[in-house]
Design a protein around this ligand. Structure first.
Ligand code: ADP
Length: 492
């Protein structure tokens, strides 16, 4: 690694290798792939390009470790997780540097994600001691007790957009429950995952409890198959695209594995005419431009009441001009980084070009920001949008605000729900009965009411419809990694 910003990084990334059974390992083949900065194209380092046999070794290590890890008391596991949290907290800056280097997100945003990611470890260190069972009255002369047990080895496949938090949100819950895990991070951001493995090592976890296998996109399908179908794996938790999620769900069906899926969204952001427009604009800016729009809960379709449409659009365009500064994540003036890779650039460009070709009005942006770098896209606001445009149907995953008009609440809710996705939704109103009504009628798993920050360790995160299965975070997050065993005690 080069550059002054890389100095800090090496303290948490002494090995650019996979982490299996408590050891830093190469791929058996010796193959590697490079990891680059999306901002500058600079090659940061290379990591092992693993395949099925490497992954099988990691699963065997997790399987071996399961018996002793699951036999610890809840308090012992809680204390281990707390130690991990303390190590993470001590190394937050280094983690953020690594994340900025490989993801391009601005350093202060990376610091925010690290704090958010760490908070799941803290939270599940506390929840580990509250995996309570139940005693229920029996209809006969016996005693009925339900206990919760860890499901076993779990596979965790994670995306690049939140390289730290998407791992800790799953792994801390799994470890708290008594499961052991094999993690396959995204090919764009394996370094954060390996740095996390190093923090696990520093915290003193037993070997085999937490394993990381890295691979290229080309080998993801092969490793994914093993992670879904190995007889030693009890369950899968995946965050990523709906397409890949469906494929993995199918593969898990063969062995009837436990499955938790956090997939794509198509979030509506509705502004009613009673809303506090300043607040709505504030929240729209925060929610839309977080991580350059590359978040599954990012608002994808803005539905603005006719009475306030012009005012909302005008304020948003003004804020975009004054607030957003594209650039390298290590530059303190930067508010917004690049898109992660060429595929993302191609996708956002295709969606915006399609809208323009079909008659959308471009208020700002509308094209790539090649003057900043080849993966940057200008923040864009579109109106005159019609339902035949891709921007109303696809998850854009970029810095593009798509504004549409409505006149009645029924119309807004109907349009908001007119999608196969159902992850997050946001709306702004000062009418209390409308707030309840719309909150209940939106077909999503999470709703922000006059609010854009809808995720924290305490909140049950997850979607309905094709946005996924299961919940992460909150006390529900642990349930995905436990099963209920019913005990019937006869009265001898
Ligand atoms: P995105 O399009 O945002 O990259 P993906 O769903 O493609 O989202 O990627 C999320 C994660 O899934 C990444 O770790 C990626 O490597 C992994 N992945 C992609 N394809 C497969 C596959 N066929 N089997 C298993 N994992 C996969």
């Amino acid at each position: 690694m080069k550059g002054s910003n890389m100095k800090l990084i090496t303290s948490l990334l002494p090995h650019s290798k996979g982490f299996v059974n408590g050891e830093w390992v190469d791929a058996l083949s010796g193959h590697t792939f490079t990891v680059s900065s999306p901002s500058t194209g600079e090659v940061l380092t290379s990591v092992p390009d693993m395949v099925a046999v490497d992954c099988e070794l990691a699963i065997a290590a997790a399987d071996n470790a399961f018996k002793s890890w699951s036999s610890l008391t809840a308090k012992e596991r809680a204390m281990m997780l707390r130690r991990w949290y303390n190590v993470l907290d001590d190394h937050s800056k280094d983690l953020a540097h690594i994340m900025t280097a490989e993801s391009g997100k601005p350093l202060n945003e990376a610091m925010g994600e690290v704090a958010y990611g760490n908070s799941f470890v803290e939270w599940f260190s506390e929840e580990a001691r509250r995996i309570n069972g139940e005693v229920v009255p029996s209809p006969a002369n016996k005693q009925l007790v339900f206990i919760k047990q860890p499901i076993g080895v779990v596979s965790l496949i994670t995306p690049w957009n939140f390289p730290h938090a998407m791992i800790t949100r799953k792994a801390a819950a799994a470890l708290a429950a008594g499961c052991t895990c094999v993690i396959k991070p995204a090919e764009d951001t394996p370094l954060t995952a390996l740095a996390l493995a190093y923090t696990v090592q520093l915290a003193g976890f037993p070997k085999g409890v937490f394993n990381v296998v890295t691979c290229t996109r080309a080998n993801a399908a092969e490793i994914g198959r093993v992670l879904c179908q190995s007889p030693s794996v009890a369950g899968l938790s995946f965050t990523g695209s709906t397409e890949v999620g469906k494929l993995l769900y199918n593969q898990c069906a063969v062995g009837v594995k436990r499955v938790s899926l956090e997939l794509g969204g198509n979030a509506p952001f509705i502004v009613f005419n009673t809303a506090d427009i300043e607040r709505a604009v504030e929240c729209a800016m925060a929610a839309k431009f977080r991580n350059c729009g590359q978040a599954c809960i990012s608002p994808n379709r803005f539905f603005i009441h006719n009475d306030v449409f012009e005012s909302f659009v005008e304020k948003m365009v003004k804020r975009i001009h004054t607030d957003i500064k594209l650039g390298d994540g290590f530059d303190p003036n930067t508010t917004t980084g690049p898109l992660i890779n060429d595929a993302q650039v191609a996708k956002v460009t295709r969606i915006v070009d399609d809208a323009i070709a079909k008659g959308a009005k471009v208020h700002c942006g509308g094209k790539r920001a090649l003057e900043v770098g080849d993966k940057f896209f200008h923040p864009t606001l579109l109106t005159n949008v019609t339902s035949d445009m891709l921007c109303t149907k696809e998850e854009i995953f970029g810095p593009v605000v798509v504004c549409m008009r409505f006149s009645t609440e029924g119309e807004a809710v109907q349009q908001a729900n007119n999608t196969s996705r159902g992850l997050a939704g946001y709306f702004f109103t000062n009418d209390v009965s409308q707030a309840w009504r719309v909150a209940k009628n939106l077909e999503v798993g999470m709703v922000g009411i006059n609010e854009s920050l809808i995720s924290s360790a305490e909140i049950a995160f997850g979607g309905i419809k094709e946005s996924g299965l299961g919940r992460e975070g909150s006390h529900h997050g642990i349930e995905e990694f436990t099963y209920i065993k019913s005990l019937c005690f006869g009265n001898a």
